[in-house]
Write a protein that binds this ligand. Structure first.
Ligand code: SDX
Length: 431
């Protein structure tokens, strides 16, 4: 089929050029502007890349208007209902659902990479006991490249795959160790008789003093939350990983950069900010006051867990999490948990308010997830760590896709220069 093109004409100097339109399997066409500067002497301007495709990708598809999220073509609702996190990890990494034997082999590979080097444990002692676990994660994950010289040739596909497996396997161990350091308890080694989520809960909540068996309801809730957080197209942290990887940095350094980006309260840090916000609001009688603060342009307060860069309708993950939240609270905590009631009521009030409706500010994935994490006994400062464990799968899947994409080279955005024109240096005596 003949290429679709777009004619661009500069009315100022009469110059024009034909730009190729490229269609994906889903979503809007993209205009290939790679020849624009050569043909027209101009750049494009898209300050935070909200209208710019940075790559081809076949991993995740989002339609923000329709509230669609699919991993490798499978709707998130079906994966949430029928799959488990490690199977979703396989799907995101390799593009297809595994056969039973492929899944069992993958599960064994991940299982036998969950331990971290014994000397790495002393790294945690360098942090003050009350260091934020996300700060510990950034440091410890970034240091992993110092241990794995056997798999740092990023041009070797087998090395890339081993590094991806190591990252997915070790994130729960590092996360749980960050938590244990925080609360002054001894680290717990992984257990090979437990599945991925059960093992994580064991490393978080078991102690050497007594046997611990993870609650099946908690394991099911953990699987669901990890599936929903596993990937989300070219979000801020994923784009950070891709741009870091484009300079051929090692994968552990790239994932550490992604963790740092995810930490921001406008991104993955929102789940912790939501619970802190609910605790600040206190009870339903204060809701109107805080809704007014969120709408006041002179007040920096925002309704955390509301709004999204892409979803301008509902976030399908929020819908799924809200349903599970109620179920988990009923079984694991008090179903009329004041936080859940406050969150539910806050959502109702906000969604009746024109300010939020006009700006399409709906609850996002972070609005309810923190309430479930609390019901599972996880502290607020660990919520974004939960997000990072799950999103590591998306980050490594995109890193592997980028590293094998012939189009990808070192990333290098341009700018509009608005600074001073050329001028001569002036000595002190003449300033
Ligand atoms: C995640 O990209 C991804 O996919 C991210 C993520 C993923 O899975 O990777 O989905 C995860 O990061 C979810 C988002 C979590 N963040 C929060 O919940 C923080 C609170 N939300 C806001 O910071 C904000 O909504 C963003 C950052 C999420 C989105 O911001 P946008 O799309 O840039 O919206 P905007 O800043 O252009 O705001 C549009 C208007 C503005 O008002 P006006 O100037 O038009 O009068 O809406 C207002 C904003 O002031 N607004 C809010 C608001 N969010 C936007 N007002 C009050 N409370 C809010 N939460």
């Amino acid at each position: 089929m003949a290429d679709k093109t777009l004619t661009l004409k500069n009315n100022g100097n009469g110059k024009s050029t034909e730009l190729r339109l490229i269609s994906g399997t889903e979503g809007p066409d993209v205009m290939d502007i790679s020849s624009l500067y050569r043909e027209m002497g101009i750049f494009t301007y898209d300050p935070v890349f909200v209208a710019t495709a940075s790559c081809h990708s076949s991993i995740t598809y989002i339609d923000g208007d329709e509230g669609i999220l699919r991993y490798r073509g499978y709707p998130i609702e079906q994966l949430a209902r029928s799959s488990n996190f490690l199977e979703v990890a396989y799907l995101l990494l390799y593009g297809e659902l595994p056969s039973e034997s492929q899944f069992n082999e993958f599960q064994e590979i991940i299982r036998y990479h969950t331990m971290i080097k014994e000397t790495l444990k002393s790294f945690f002692d360098g942090f003050h006991y009350d260091a934020h676990p996300m700060g510990i994660m950034v440091g410890v994950v970034g240091s992993l490249s110092a241990f794995y010289h056997d798999s740092l040739d990023i041009h070797n596909p087998r090395h890339r795959e081993i590094s991806a497996h190591r990252m997915i396997a070790k994130m729960p161990t590092i996360a749980a160790a960050s938590y244990k350091h925080n609360i002054g308890e001894p680290f717990m080694y992984p257990r090979n008789d437990l599945d991925y989520c059960g093992n994580f809960l064991h490393m978080m909540f078991a102690t050497p003093c007594e046997d611990y068996e993870p609650d099946p309801i908690a394991v099911k809730a953990m699987n669901l939350l990890f599936i929903l957080h596993a990937d989300h197209e070219q979000n801020a942290s994923n784009s950070t990983v891709r741009l870091s990887g484009s300079s051929q940095a090692n994968p552990f350094a790239c994932i550490a950069a992604g963790i740092a980006s995810l930490w921001g309260p406008a991104h993955g840090g929102a789940n912790e900010a939501v619970l802190n916000m609910l605790q600040e609001i206190g009870d339903v009688s204060q809701i109107d006051k805080y809704i007014a603060k969120a709408k006041d342009k002179d007040d920096s307060f925002r309704l955390m867990g509301f709004g999204h860069r892409v979803y301008k309708n509902f976030d399908p993950r929020a819908t799924i999490i809200r349903e599970v939240c109620h179920e988990v609270l009923e079984k694991l905590a008090d179903s009329n948990n004041p936080m859940f009631e406050l969150a539910r009521r806050l959502e109702e009030v906000a969604l009746e308010d024109d300010y939020f409706v006009e700006r399409k500010l709906y609850p996002n994935v972070d609005f309810y997830s923190g309430i479930i994490y609390r019901a599972l006994g996880i502290r607020n400062n660990m919520f974004t760590v939960m997000f990072a464990i799950a999103r590591t799968v998306g980050w490594v899947a995109h890193w592997m896709e980028m590293m094998s994409d012939p189009e990808q080279r070192i990333g290098r955005p341009r700018q509009i220069y608005t600074g001073a024109g050329e001028r001569d240096y002036v000595p002190f005596s003449k300033r």
